[in-house]
Design a protein around this ligand. Structure first.
Ligand SMILES: [Fe+2]
Length: 500
């Protein structure tokens, strides 16, 4: 097995390496020092410049909260993107800010606290950026011993076995106090896995088993964690190519990974680029679909599909040993690699949307054939009912962008794959909608019988909100909207946990 130092080197993150030497001024991954723009819809991308934790109680509720919806919506995202007048070039670089919306009957409380990673503590004390970031070229001003030294804990959050974790793709999970969100420290699942990547996209099966992975230097670490939070099995496999792997899906029998042809160019690192800045798209190469047998964690097969970048899967299922069906959201690799988020991240008018559409994939394991179909909705952050993860499913829920640019409109969307029907609620201009989680209604068992709980931002009021929809009546609009007295930074992924 590779040790931590080896894959750190592979990622270009060694002290004294040319990585982060000097970014050329004007390159998309250079730090930004200009003023933050005034575009109203983009203000939450500024992050909280003061790096302060915040609490808000007795939040204003419009409509009526369901009495049975008692619990906490946890969310994570990059909350701090600016220090000492310098801004990151990439949204993915910000320090993790975990937010908790506590639903306590008629009352709702909001807590937001930065994850105290090593990086956050060092830079907070110095009042300046000191360490390299994923998409911004910053020279390392402190020793780098492992990728956890640049771990921002900013991408996802999961509660397993009563323990809450803030997640980041390239390093360890950070455990947090589920009530106060105070950071308890980095999680070690087993001594031999210390510091191994534990991705931000674990998948929980209906029986409570949690699966996750960590990709590094052409290797793939796999984790199976029991419902009570203890590691059951782990294994490190070879991947057919070194790839950026953000998410995966599982079925009853398989784990499925899709590897886009995104390659790290060592020359780019030598020239001082960030990791994103040093990535190259190999258009002549296919996407590789790696199917892993859950029974012994071995690679069952590797298939090829047309090259395209993706971040997120909705779900997958198998019908035995013959067919796997899954869905993901494709994304534009050129926009990702060219720093297309730059102007938005600095508060200036965003570029028109690049395509980000659902793909429906069928994998015939016997004929070794992959079939893709597309949908045209402009979406991201797909979610399904947690009762059907890895099983045959009908519905996928998304935030949907309307119009041509951020802030022109947003909707909550339910896609019925069985009947090829969509149902949406359009918030109209000025609103941004984030990930929508399907929270099953207690006592109900049919797929889709639940509430959609998700957050958003109203640029006209400059306030963040959390909405609750009846997931079977999306077009009727939210049954309740809870308002923060301010805006919170936009985030990535969340998790809902019912109160005990
Ligand atoms: Fe993600």
């Amino acid at each position: 097995m590779l040790n931590r130092r080896q894959w750190l080197v592979a990622g270009g993150l060694t002290l004294g390496s040319p990585f982060g030497a000097h970014a050329a001024l004007g390159h998309p991954d250079a730090l930004y020092t200009g003023p933050f723009g005034t575009e109203p819809a983009l203000q939450p991308l500024r992050g909280w410049v003061d790096a302060q934790d915040r609490l808000a109680e007795g939040l204003r509720v419009e409509g009526r909260l369901p009495a049975a919806l008692r619990g906490t919506l946890y969310r994570n995202g990059p909350g701090l993107l600016e220090r000492a007048g310098q801004r990151y070039a990439h949204w993915f670089d910000g320090d993790g800010l975990v937010q908790a919306w506590h639903f306590e009957g008629a009352a709702v409380r909001h807590t937001a606290r930065f994850v105290r990673t090593r990086k956050f503590e060092l830079e907070h004390e110095a009042g300046a950026f000191l360490l390299p970031a994923f998409g911004t070229a910053i020279p390392a001003r402190r020793p780098l011993r492992s990728s956890d030294d640049v771990n921002t804990a900013n991408t996802g959050v999961i509660l397993q076995g009563g323990r809450l974790y803030a997640l980041w793709e390239g390093g360890s999970a950070h455990e947090l106090d589920p009530e106060t969100l105070h950071t308890r420290g980095r999680k070690v699942w087993a001594p031999e896995l210390t510091g191994m990547p534990f991705s931000a996209h674990p998948k929980r099966e209906p029986d409570g088993t949690l699966w996750n992975f960590g990709a590094f230097m052409g290797k793939l670490a796999l984790y199976q964690i029991g419902p009570h939070g203890a590691l059951v099995r782990s294994r490190v496999l070879d991947l057919p190519v070194a790839a950026m792997v953000h998410d995966f899906v599982l079925t009853e029998r398989f784990l499925v990974f899709v590897l886009p042809p995104l390659e790290l160019d060592p020359q780019g690192l030598r020239e001082g680029r960030s990791l994103v800045g040093a990535m190259r798209w190999r258009a002549e190469q296919p996407n590789r679909i790696v199917v892993i047998d859950k029974s012994d964690l071995s690679v069952r097969t590797v298939l090829e599909a047309p090259p395209e970048l993706l971040f997120h899967f909705g779900n997958a299922w198998d019908d035995g040993d013959a067919l796997i069906r899954l869905d993901y959201v494709s994304t534009d690799h050129q926009r990702f690699l060219s720093g297309g988020f730059n102007s938005m991240l600095h508060g200036h008018r965003s570029e028109p949307f690049s395509p980000s559409n659902p793909r429906l994939v069928q994998i015939d394991l016997r004929k070794r054939r992959v079939t893709l179909a597309s949908r045209l909705e402009q979406v991201e952050f797909p979610q399904v009912d947690p009762r059907v993860v890895g099983r045959a499913y009908r519905y996928v829920f998304y935030p949907e962008a309307r119009g041509r640019r951020w802030g022109e409109g947003a909707a909550v969307l339910r896609v019925d794959l069985q009947r090829d029907r969509t149902e949406r609620f359009d918030f109209g201009p000025g609103v941004i909608v984030e990930e929508q989680l399907l929270v099953p209604k207690p006592g109900r068992s049919r797929e889709g019988q639940g509430w959609l709980v998700g957050t958003g931002f109203d640029s006209r009021r400059q306030r963040s909100f959390c909405t609750v929809f009846d997931a079977e009546a999306v077009s009727a609009g939210p049954v309740a909207t809870v308002w923060l007295p301010y805006w919170a930074p936009l985030g990535f992924h969340g998790h809902f946990q019912f109160a005990a």
